[in-house]
Design a protein around this ligand. Structure first.
Ligand SMILES: CCCCCCCCC/C=C/C(=O)SCCNC(=O)CCNC(=O)[C@H](O)C(C)(C)COP(=O)(O)OP(=O)(O)OC[C@H]1O[C@@H](n2cnc3c(N)ncnc32)[C@H](O)[C@@H]1OP(=O)(O)O
Ligand SMILES: Cc1cc2nc3c(=O)[nH]c(=O)nc-3n(C[C@H](O)[C@H](O)[C@H](O)COP(=O)(O)OP(=O)(O)OC[C@H]3O[C@@H](n4cnc5c(N)ncnc54)[C@H](O)[C@@H]3O)c2cc1C
Length: 616
């Protein structure tokens, strides 16, 4: 499977290179990389062994290396003359980067770094493509000069001979084994023993080691985390795509499959006529749209920040970090939840490999872990919210994506409930700020009682993650509201299209309201009648969106090859395709399976003989 994926990936990469040169000659715009990876990944159901090369290795060379280092390594990597990966995670550490054990000792005598993975737990473990595909990697290690730790640094390390692909001396590299999905990716392990690289193999755009061993610290240490921020932005887009694919499959199947009359004596309806089926499928279509818009917004912010960082302006890094964490977590959690819900909405056939929903789930699920485990990233955002709440208390301004926190903090109570979109959005934001305030009280009480910040974060962890989750909801819902209600190009939309968008906004806001009703009721008084009115509106808007469900998912424009699903094919011939797939199963090559003579027949005969004996 791995070699098949590499073959497909190379063919697709060649095709993309020609498209890129035609549409974006020599451009460094991130979209081709993104499109490239998405397109290749979409065509290889078992995952793209070049993903980390495209998304992390080439970007780290461009963003963390000097112009000279880009000329030496980056250009060849962008041109796919060398294939690399991003080797940060170790067998013993993935989250706690300051605990990474791989080390780089500077030897000023030879102006080289000596790289080691001192213990088994120091082995790099997981990097995509490291097992067999790559001949280079970005090796992340703790930098030591005269045995004094200087923090993390990145090194360009050749691990295999470019001609023979043999591992170089001092390199122990291989595949880590079968996974739940993405088995075309050859995630690998890497051990280095006294492996020497020239001083100029350390990426030195932001921090330097001079020939005499003097260390020039980065002005902002967090800029070394930038490659991870980029992939978190990608994950937001990629996982909204996976959800959109599953929603397309389940929607198409739900208007082909007929089951269970709604009125006695009536013909069996399409299952999407059942209200509960609408509640399983239509909200996931809308969630895919909501996250696709939020991810595009985040991508633009990434581009702007990357340009600024290139000019050594690091001012927007904290906000981008917070939003990248929030969106990576929200899209990966909600997409995996949604894909599983859509699989279940397809009944037994949803469990068939021919439906491809299981594989889409397996492709989406690891995004909850890689690029920063989700609950760890929620804690990151929780910490950032604590810092921002201190700013609010000091009367200082907050970053634009957190401006609503200042506004809500000035409200002494929630205004009269109207149930409007603005009211629903404000309710989510108000509940978020209430949660931030409570989390801060717990966190601050701990810090005041002489707990360290790290310990206070840990012991306030439940409230911090709740505040972070609600901040994510507020950001995503606020972004969707702005795009539907206040978009500058709203007047270019036909009234019918605007109405569909507004129905999607109505559904999203009501769905989030009900999902967090407990969190909201903690801070806002809402009567039973007002809640029941929202229940009616929920049922109403599902009915309103039902006729548009297929058109919206067709607009995602996934062709059958990408969906790779007998349930979601454009022509709707589900049963014929299921049967065609079944007949291709190896077990159907013979009428009598081999195991009959070898196992089943003797087993049944033995039982029959024993039964006869027991009668005698
Ligand atoms: C198509 C799709 C793909 C499809 C294909 C993709 C295939 C999968 C590829 C996967 C690749 C990987 O997984 S690569 C490996 C990914 N690994 C990770 O993401 C590791 C996750 N862990 C971390 O990020 C860190 O350890 C973290 C948990 C944040 C803790 O950091 P520290 O220990 O340094 O301590 P902290 O005090 O929390 O942080 C110090 C300060 O730095 C800030 N900070 C922390 N991280 C920051 C960041 N990224 N950018 C800016 N600032 C950051 C904090 O806000 C603090 O700011 P102040 O408070 O102001 O000081
Ligand atoms: C498919 C896939 C591809 C990957 N590709 C790459 C790659 O290309 N390059 C690379 O370098 N890495 C890669 N990774 C590794 C990935 O980055 C790590 O798995 C991830 O960072 C989580 O670290 P971990 O596995 O050590 O889990 P841990 O950090 O051990 O987490 C285990 C549990 O401990 C909890 N925990 C950890 N720290 C804290 C804390 N401070 N507070 C509260 N709870 C905590 C976590 O929330 C989690 O529940 C990949 C992983 C996968 C699954």
């Amino acid at each position: 499977m791995a070699s098949m994926s590499v073959k497909h990936a190379i063919a697709a990469a060649k095709k993309l290179r020609s498209l890129q040169e035609r549409f974006n000659p020599g451009g460094s715009d991130i979209y081709p990389a993104l499109m490239g990876d998405e397109a290749i990944t979409a065509l290889i159901p078992s995952g793209n062994p070049l993903s980390v090369h495209i998304l992390m290795f080439t970007r780290a060379l461009r963003e963390q290396g000097t112009d000279e280092q880009y000329e030496k390594f980056g250009r060849r990597a962008d041109n796919n003359e060398i294939i690399g990966t991003f080797a940060q995670t170790e067998l013993g550490h993935g989250t706690y980067l300051r605990g990474l054990e791989a080390r780089a000792d500077y030897d000023r005598g030879t102006e080289e770094f000596v790289l080691n993975t001192p213990k088994l737990s120091s082995y790099k473990w997981w990097p995509g493509g490291l097992g067999q595909t790559c001949n280079y990697c970005i090796f992340v290690a703790q930098l030591y000069i005269d045995n004094e730790a200087k923090g993390m640094a990145m090194f360009v390390v050749q691990i295999r001979d470019e001609e023979t692909h043999m591992p170089l001396p001092g390199v122990h590299v291989g595949e880590i084994g079968k996974k739940m999905g993405l088995n075309g990716v050859n995630n690998g392990f890497l051990g280095l023993k006294d492996y020497r690289v020239p001083r100029l193999n350390m990426l030195m755009r932001h921090q330097q080691v001079l020939p005499d061993g003097r260390f020039v610290k980065s002005p902002v240490s967090q800029v070394s985390y930038f490659p991870m921020v980029f992939v978190r932005c990608m994950v937001a887009r990629q996982n909204s795509n996976y959800l959109a694919q599953a929603a397309t499959i389940a929607t198409r199947y739900s208007v082909i499959r007929r089951q269970s009359p709604i009125e006695e004596g009536q013909p069996e309806p399409k299952i999407l006529e059942h209200l509960t089926q609408q509640m399983k499928v239509i909200p996931e279509i809308v969630t895919a749209v909501v996250y696709r818009l939020a991810a595009a917004n985040l991508q633009n912010m990434y581009n702007e920040t990357a340009e600024a960082v290139y000019r050594k302006d690091f001012s927007r890094l904290p906000e981008l970090h917070a939003l990248a964490c929030i969106l990576k977590v929200a899209t990966s959690y909600d997409s995996t939840y949604g894909i599983e819900r859509l699989r279940q909405a397809c009944g037994g056939h949803g469990y068939l490999t021919a439906g491809n929903l299981g594989n889409i789930f397996a492709m989406a699920a690891p995004a909850c872990t890689y690029e920063g485990e989700n609950s760890v990233l929620y804690l990151q955002v929780g910490k950032i919210l604590m810092k921002n709440w201190s700013q609010v208390l000091a009367g200082r301004e907050l970053m634009p994506s957190m401006a609503y926190i200042s506004e809500c903090s000035k409200m002494t109570s929630f205004p009269q409930w109207t149930g409007s979109w603005e009211c629903l959005l404000k309710a989510i934001q108000y509940a978020c700020v209430g949660s931030i305030r409570l989390a801060f009280q717990s966190y601050n009480a701990r810090v005041q009682s002489a707990q360290s910040q790290t310990a206070a974060v840990n012991y306030s962890g439940l409230e911090l993650t709740k505040a972070a989750e609600l901040h994510g909801r507020s950001y995503v819902a606020g972004n969707f509201y702005q795009q539907i209600v206040n978009s500058p190009n709203k007047h270019q939309r036909s009234p019918q299209f605007q109405k569909v968008l507004e129905n999607m906004l109505e559904l999203h806001l009501i769905q989030i309201f009900f999902r967090h009703l407990g969190d909201i009721l903690r801070f806002i008084r809402i009567t039973e009648d007002e809640i029941s009115a929202l229940q009616r509106r929920l049922e109403e808007v599902l009915k309103e969106l039902r006729p548009d469900a297929v058109a919206i998912t067709d607009a995602f424009d996934f062709n059958d090859k990408i969906l790779s699903s007998a349930l979601g094919c454009y022509d709707g011939n589900v049963y014929e395709r299921l049967f065609e797939a079944a007949l291709k199963h190896p077990l159907n090559r013979k009428s009598v399976p081999d195991f009959f003579e070898a196992h089943l027949k003797p087993f049944m005969k033995e039982n029959a003989d024993n039964a006869k004996k027991s009668k005698l």
